[in-house]
Design a protein around this ligand. Structure first.
Ligand code: PMT
Length: 405
């Protein structure tokens, strides 16, 4: 049985000639048991009649933000977005991609896309020169950065009677991407996950602090991926300029003590705790109320220990699956194994931060995952990809009977 069976899908059809091919896609989705709700832009209706999609989906086709509906879905864009297991946008024209990238909500499709927290799959189709234009490249990159799946167009015969890249991807690739996205959403459905991310700041005075170079990117990607897999995610996030992901509850903190307090308040009943934050182990014993003047102070800063959030969780973990991180520069594996045992972890993800281009404040990482009776090396990849591989490993370890991982 298809993973799409019984799932509600929103298919956004935009105004490109490939709109006629989406009729085939909707038909296949319906045959696989999906409950397909088609939203057409005004331009799409110039290419295909709404009646076509109505006949194929057996659902009313939506063409306007201003439709008046019965009580249970009287706010149509919200009802559609919140019911959807996934959103497919095909053919995604350059105009539609630009509007989606910038969050326009002037029509029904834009409003649904803004309200949706489910995975989104986008199948662009346009002329080669438009596809290669820097504006389109930037807009596509923005959607990718949001966690949306882009099914790149293929090379072939275009409507302009030329060969080139820009033809909408074949049906099986688009449906495959949709199935993959929906399968991922089920994995953590009904589960509650806590993720820590970013650095902490330990105040010396109101304008100075001790901190580290963590950007929060690794943890933000882990939180995003958990939400895409269906979890209810609490992200306890240290100071960072990065935006937390959509669909995640974010709790902003500054210091290690605040992070400790935030996590402990959420601890009860959590199914997994992923500690990717670079928490300061020490803080200044004295934090001055006023900005310190050069001559006013003893140049030695005395430090005292911060609480170890992960170790404390480990002591009281119950059934929570615990994932720790380790940033090491030497004897990487040995130190990571000590933390795995010492903090009662189920899995530790170690990065050798002496290697250039990975670890702190980089867009890529490279990790060794270690658990009690196994390990896996994750080669260099984007932090998004690494986060997905970590959740894949968590799924395998949680599914394995004790002692069989
Ligand atoms: O944020 P980015 O720029 O994307 O960079 C990602 C990262 C390099 C910060 C990340 O991949 C990483 O390695 N995070 C852990 C860094 C670290 O501080 O490791 P540690 O060896 O000091 O701590 C071990 C574990 O205990 C970590 O899970 C840490 O969150 C936790 N810990 C540590 C100290 C403390 N007081 N409380 C904790 O919970």
């Amino acid at each position: 049985m298809s993973v799409l069976a019984g799932r509600s899908l929103v298919v956004g059809v935009c105004g490109g000639i490939a709109a006629y091919k989406v009729a085939g896609i909707v038909s296949t989705l319906a045959q696989r048991g999906a409950d397909v709700h088609v939203v057409m832009t005004e331009a799409a209706q110039r290419f295909v009649a709404p009646l076509t999609f109505h006949a194929l989906s057996a659902n009313r086709v939506h063409t306007s933000l201003w439709e008046m509906r019965a009580r249970e879905d009287h706010v149509l864009h919200i009802a559609l977005a919140h019911r959807a297991a996934a959103l497919l946008i095909a053919p995604a024209t350059a105009d539609a991609i630009a509007k989606l990238a910038h969050g326009y909500a002037e029509d029904l499709l834009g409003a649904v896309a803004l309200a949706a927290t489910c995975p989104a799959v986008v199948a662009p189709a346009m002329n080669t020169s438009m596809w290669e234009h820097p504006a389109v490249r930037a807009n596509v990159a923005a959607l990718r950065a949001r966690g949306w799946t882009i099914v790149d167009p293929e090379s072939g015969f275009l409507a302009e009677r030329q060969q080139g890249v820009g033809r909408m991807a074949a049906e099986e690739r688009i449906i495959g991407a949709l199935e993959e996205a929906v399968a991922r959403t089920r994995e953590l459905e009904g589960q509650r996950v806590i993720v820590t991310a970013g650095p902490t700041r330990e105040a010396i005075d109101p304008v100075r602090f001790i901190s580290n170079a963590s950007s929060g990117a690794m943890g933000i990607e882990l939180a995003r991926e958990a939400a895409l897999r269906g979890a209810q995610v609490d992200l306890v996030l240290g100071p960072t300029h990065l935006e937390p992901p959509h669909g995640v509850r974010t709790h902003r903190v500054e210091s290690a003590r605040e992070m400790h307090e935030g996590v402990m308040a959420l601890r009860e009943g959590a199914d997994a705790f992923v500690a990717s934050a670079a928490v300061a182990d020490w803080r200044p014993a004295v934090a001055y109320d006023q900005k310190v003047k050069k001559g006013d102070v003893d140049p030695v800063i005395r430090l005292e220990r911060n609480p170890d959030v992960l170790a404390e969780f480990g002591r009281r973990k119950g059934t929570t699956f615990l994932v720790g991180f380790a940033a090491e520069t030497q004897d990487v594996e040995r130190h990571a194994r000590e933390k795995l045992i010492g903090k009662a972890l189920d899995l530790i993800c170690v990065n050798d931060v002496s290697r250039p281009g990975i670890g702190f404040a980089s867009s890529e990482n490279e990790m060794l995952l270690i658990w009690r009776d196994g390990s896996e090396a994750l080669p260099r990849a984007s932090k998004r990809e690494i986060a997905a591989r970590i959740w894949d490993r968590v799924a395998v370890l949680r599914a394995a009977p004790k002692g069989e991982s």
